[in-house]
Design a protein around this ligand. Sequence first.
Ligand SMILES: Cc1cc2nc3c(=O)[nH]c(=O)nc-3n(C[C@H](O)[C@H](O)[C@H](O)COP(=O)(O)O)c2cc1C
Length: 289
Amino acid sequence: MTPFANPPWLAPFLSHLPNTQPEFTLATITPTTPPRPAVRTCIFRGPLFSLPPNPRNPVRTLNPEPPQLSSSLLTFTTDARMSKFTELSANPNAELCFWIPTFETKPQWRFRGKVYFFSFDGAGTPKEAGQRSEVATDIETSAIEGPAEAVEAPNFAVNGEGGGLVSWRNEVLRHFANLGPGMRGTFANPAPGTAVEEEGMGRLGRKVEDWVLRKEFLQQDTEGKTSPAAQEEFKAGREVLYEALGNFRLCVVKVDGVDRVDLGERDGKGKRWIYTRSKDGWETREVWP
Ligand SMILES: Cc1cc2nc3c(=O)[nH]c(=O)nc-3n(C[C@H](O)[C@H](O)[C@H](O)COP(=O)(O)O)c2cc1C
């Protein structure tokens, strides 16, 4: 049991989130002289290893059932060619700010922490292995049957092979597949932030279709696509898939401090809490708003 996988802020935070895709503002620091703040909107994807069941996720059968792992690591996704990737690679310290006006207490949640990037291809690299051990403190593995080191394994359990092992590579793939076909395809767009030129037009708006994912990772041919023309279509779809997966990153935030203010509490006078990570666990203090 780790005291960090289920911190006191996690359940209230998750209960405040709207049913729609929760947006937050992500602040980073630029690697410039002088360093400057940079902010942008992103979508929160839930705690690591807790992706909600999504019937539209074509590789959802990779989801272990029942869940074998849980964590307090916050996730979002991004493209490795974007500025936030460069900024966070130089300085992983970030702040995430959520305002949730749909919840009755009108809370604002600010999370300080470090961001780690995980990729489909990088599971076997020393860099990602090092990152996995840094975030392992915040993952609950007690529900795992078998050796705990299974969590570290970069192997890819297709169709439950490998004992339905939860691997990091699977988790990256589940997050990628959880996006819609058009959104998956954006990771194969011309590089974000580079000058628009005619040549790039044909690479904009390509899709990574569900059937391509199912055929590639589950060996399921749900569309009966066996003709030579269909095989060509698969080859082309597979190219876009791997181009996109190459740029896709699952971003994992290890939180070390939380500031919560519920502006709607006490008839609008507000309540505020500071949650601090110490070496033994989390401490909660109520402070004036
Ligand atoms: C509603 C909304 C949601 C977004 N979600 C994400 C996201 O989850 N990840 C992401 O990298 N960019 C997301 N973006 C785009 C970013 O805000 C930003 O424009 C882009 O990532 C480039 O930022 P950067 O150059 O600072 O890296 C979103 C934008 C909007 C408006």
